[in-house]
Design a binder for this molecule. Sequence first.
Ligand SMILES: [Fe+2]
Length: 321
Amino acid sequence: MTLKEKYQDWYSKHGAQLQAISPKYDVVFEVAKDEPIVFEDSANVRLSAAIIADTHLPNREAAEKNLANTFEDIANSKETVDAFMLAGDIADYGFKSEYERFFRPLDQQKCVKNLLVTMGNHDARFFFRKNSAIVMKKVEEYLKIKTNGKTYYSYDINGYTFIVICTEKRVLEKAYISEEQQAFLDRELARGTKDGKPVFVMCHQPFANMHGLPEVWETGDMGEQNDEVRAVMEKYRNVFFINGHLHGGIYKNVVDTVNEANGVHSISIPGYRKPNNFGITDCGVGYLMEVYDDRVVFRARRFLTGKFMHGEYTRLEYKLI
Ligand SMILES: [Fe+2]
């Protein structure tokens, strides 16, 4: 029996039981309409994004509805949110039905023009080829770009560059980032930062020794090419590295510095579907990013219920250098 068959066999026997003992799967949340998204300085905002991670969608109606809440929340605002970003772990088990659940709200929404998604280890660990084909086809459809069989891509919005890096092969937890992909990252960072603008890089897995690693998760880092990828990112100024994977919640380790002199920062986005591990542990929380000429602001928002979060590390401000 192949690994894939073993997995499917195991899931067909135990999947239903597993879901039945997880009642949280079926809690449906409602979006409040009394606290819509308002930017800090709407007249001067140059770029904005709603960022979430780790949707881990099971094939459950409630989970799909709860993901759709993010778009309902954005649609309820008078502001234009330019981008939606999902920092990986789209699906829980990596089944086709789970991707259908995930992409339906994205297909149906009309409020965000640019949808940037990437795979996490839950997407890549068992059915890498099949799932990367599903995900990259949607990337091509949403952004109208060609990805030429790659799992990584870049895209410009309002004159700002977004670079999405991703594992290129089946891995259990970490990411495999080839030399070719590292060169792509280098090139795109050079292009995106040449006029002094910030650049946004997204990858599911964070760098080693950041966000509480390895204490919070011994093997939770990017993996083998960690140092090479980090060295590339450290060369450029005003780089914001957005990642997921850790389900850390909002607490002191939600932010980290990759290179202080160059203003390279890492932000660990909390997991969307399940409660997180530390600090503010609520599910359904991500960050709303606002980019201005001189600064980038991230504010924690519970897109799931349409509310801003309050407390430490719920507002992060970075002056551009
Ligand atoms: Fe993950």
